[in-house]
Design a protein around this ligand. Structure first.
Ligand code: GLU
Ligand code: ZN
Length: 276
């Protein structure tokens, strides 16, 4: 049974790139007679705007998609805490009190997920009064897990290189999980067998594969689709003038017709699909 999901964060409205992503996930499930899930990833603290989740559902309906909704991330905080505690007890996480500015001041190397944390707090006595995040000790985790591989339907067989991301944050200072931990746990809990999302998240999958190994989770397959780009070759974004799906819907555009065009590879003027 193929189970896919669309997992938007209610930090801003959905745009055409999200529509494309949802349609890819929906169609891959339907073609296989499987299930398509919607999961609201709403643990971004003050950036999360719960009222947007309703607009997302209306957007998907407008596109003609049908889905089963699984619980939003904000209702699963306990499971994230439990998993993080286990990883901490096993020595795979360490606290870090650094601020972004402190890390940038060290001129860290750029990795697959932004700057690579230079490990300042690893093995150091920390000021208990300062808020701490928990970071993954990627060297230690890789030493125990050995070589890890994963399969992408488009990119083929990949060997995971989570070192290219460095000691990423697993538990944020302001939330009991980072995207990496929450999404990995949820995909397992929701029975997702085919993780579909944009190719910009390919490098993040190396971390997810490592977390699956550490947490003993089932390993799904992945399908990282190409991204829709605007005229300047950048990812679509509302702040760069790409209209939201809600704008299009409210302007009376036919969502099913739009979905049919996206399926046929016909994109509005100026928009192109980058190969994955
Ligand atoms: N909430 C993430 C986003 O909107 C989902 C990424 C994923 O599909 O894993 O970017
Ligand atoms: Zn630190």
């Amino acid at each position: 049974m193929v189970v896919t999901r669309f997992a938007p964060s209610p930090n801003g409205p959905l745009h055409l790139g999200h529509a494309f992503s949802a349609i890819v996930a929906h169609d891959l499930a339907r073609e296989a007679g499987g299930r398509f899930l919607l999961r609201i990833e709403d643990i971004d603290g003050p950036r999360s705007r719960p009222e947007l989740a309703d607009a997302f559902r209306r957007d998907l309906e407008w596109l003609g998609l049908e889905w089963d909704e699984v619980p939003a991330q904000s209702t699963r905080l306990d499971t994230y805490e439990d998993a993080a505690r286990g990883l901490l007890e096993r020595g795979y996480l360490y606290p870090c009190t650094c601020t972004r500015a402190e890390i940038e001041a060290l001129e860290p190397r750029l990795g697959s997920q932004g700057t690579i944390y230079p490990g300042t707090c690893k093995g150091r006595l920390l000021d208990p009064a300062r808020p701490a995040a928990l970071r993954l000790d990627v060297e230690r985790a890789m030493a125990d897990s050995g070589e890890l591989v994963w399969e992408d339907e488009l990119a083929g067989r990949k060997v995971a290189y989570p070192r290219e991301a460095g000691d990423v944050v697993i538990v944020r200072k302001d939330a009991p999980a980072s995207y990496h931990l929450a999404a990995t746990l949820d995909d397992a809990a929701d029975g997702v067998t085919l993780v579909t999302r944009g190719a910009d998240l390919l490098p993040a999958t190396d971390i997810h594969r490592l977390l699956q190994a550490l947490l003993g989770l089932p390993v799904p397959r992945w399908h990282h689709h190409g991204l829709l780009l605007d005229g300047s070759g950048q990812k679509l974004a509302k702040r760069r003038g790409s209209p939201s799906l809600a704008d299009r819907r409210e302007a009376g555009e036919d969502g099913r017709a739009l979905a049919a065009q996206l399926r046929a590879g016909e994109f509005p003027a100026g928009i192109t699909l980058a190969s994955a």
